[in-house]
Design a protein around this ligand. Structure first.
Ligand code: COI
Length: 363
């Protein structure tokens, strides 16, 4: 599919861009362009993707009755573009994100997008906004593909008109400032997902459902919320926006199994692969809050960390709730989490050889 291109007549100046890139933070600034592909279903039910284009970044004109605004028919993805030392720009396992996007699309009754269109949209957007790809340590251009139901219709049924878009945002540490262990809030009142729900889809509704608990977390000086499954012995599900891993002193790495509630993280699966290669025993299994508590108490729990595209790998120093605090020992720079983080970032930024075939060149 060919993308047409309309360049912005008011791009940010080189000075403005340099100021943003000096301290990008996460999710505050956006590049000058956006990629768009529309989808329309005709009366016979046949849907077609059409009008692929790069256009200036700006507000979306949408009917107030558009179904995304009422029923949340929406999905998204997150991946990053990394600058290598020779100036080339690469992304990490985009076909995995494209596949997950289509899994999410099926769950939200949205049309699937061909993988080549997904990857081309990233290439086209990053080519035109290549000056926005940062080169600082741990920095990248965060790419946010998303799909929204744009038909103006208030009946509850899948939209006949959809828009696929990609925006890009220069990104540093998701949690701001220097990387350091974060405190996590254990939500006892709210769940993020239920069996048969949308937990493993990457849809806005899951994140909206996490926000009341996220407010509680922030009020208690915590950066993220841990959600449990109250119908499954209070098993650990995931954090508001990332997967969670446990390292035990016997060299076992444990992460909750994919049970329909949990997002199939691309970083999650990469961490498991790198950990296996390092000789760790990797287990995807149920891990309850009781096990977490007792392993921390008897000293068999060595580390806990969060992972995701945005978070990369971030150590969890403490799990807090109203009446308890479970502290993870301080293992600092010698930790498994930090070693895998360095390896992953090294592969992504081209300083460590990509022996897995995980990188795709964008520019
Ligand atoms: C990502 O890691 O890319 C996400 O979509 C999670 C969100 C918390 C930023």
């Amino acid at each position: 599919m060919e993308f047409s291109q309309q360049l912005s007549t008011t791009p940010k100046s080189a000075e403005e861009r340099a100021k943003i890139l000096a301290d990008p933070g996460f999710g505050d600034y956006f590049t000058d362009h956006t990629a768009v592909v529309d989808w329309t279903q005709d009366a016979s039910g046949k849907g077609v993707w059409h009008d692929a284009r790069i256009e200036p970044y700006g507000p979306i004109m949408m009917d107030p009755a558009a179904s995304v605004l009422h029923y949340g028919q929406e999905i998204f993805e997150g991946l990053k573009a990394y600058r290598h030392a020779d100036g080339s720009v690469w992304t990490f396992r985009p076909e995995a994100n494209a596949a997950r996007f289509n899994t999410s699309a099926r769950r939200l009754a949205l049309p699937e997008l061909p993988t080549d269109v997904f990857i081309d949209s990233l290439k086209r957007l990053v080519s035109v906004d290549v000056d926005w790809v940062p080169s600082g340590e741990g920095e990248a251009l965060y790419l946010r593909p998303f799909m929204i139901a744009t038909e103006a219709f208030l009946g509850v049924r899948p939209s006949h008109e959809v828009s696929y878009r990609v925006i890009a945002s220069p990104a540093g540490n998701y949690f701001g400032g220097e990387l350091k262990p974060v405190s996590i809030w254990l939500s006892t009142q709210y769940a993020r997902a239920g069996h048969g729900g949308t937990g493993e889809a990457k849809c806005g509704g899951n994140y909206a459902a996490s926000l009341a608990a996220q407010l509680e977390a922030e009020a208690n000086d915590c950066k993220q919320v841990l959600f449990l499954d109250p119908t499954n012995d209070f098993a650990v599900d995931e954090l508001g926006g990332m997967n969670v891993f446990f390292v035990f002193t016997d060299g076992t790495l444990v992460t909750p199994e994919l049970n329909g509630n949990i997002l199939h993280g691309v970083t999650r699966s990469s961490v498991m692969e790198l950990a296996r290669e390092r000789g760790l025993t990797v287990q995807e299994r149920k891990i309850t809050i009781d096990e977490w508590r007792s392993a921390a108490a008897d000293g068999s729990l060595a580390e806990v960390f969060a992972c995701g595209t945005a978070a990369v790998i971030t150590p969890i120093g403490e799990l807090k709730t109203t009446d308890e605090s479970i502290v993870t020992p301080e293992t600092g720079k010698g930790s498994v989490a930090m070693a895998i983080r360095e390896q992953l970032l090294g592969i992504q930024t081209g300083t460590i050889e990509d022996t897995h075939g995980w990188l795709t060149r964008l520019v």
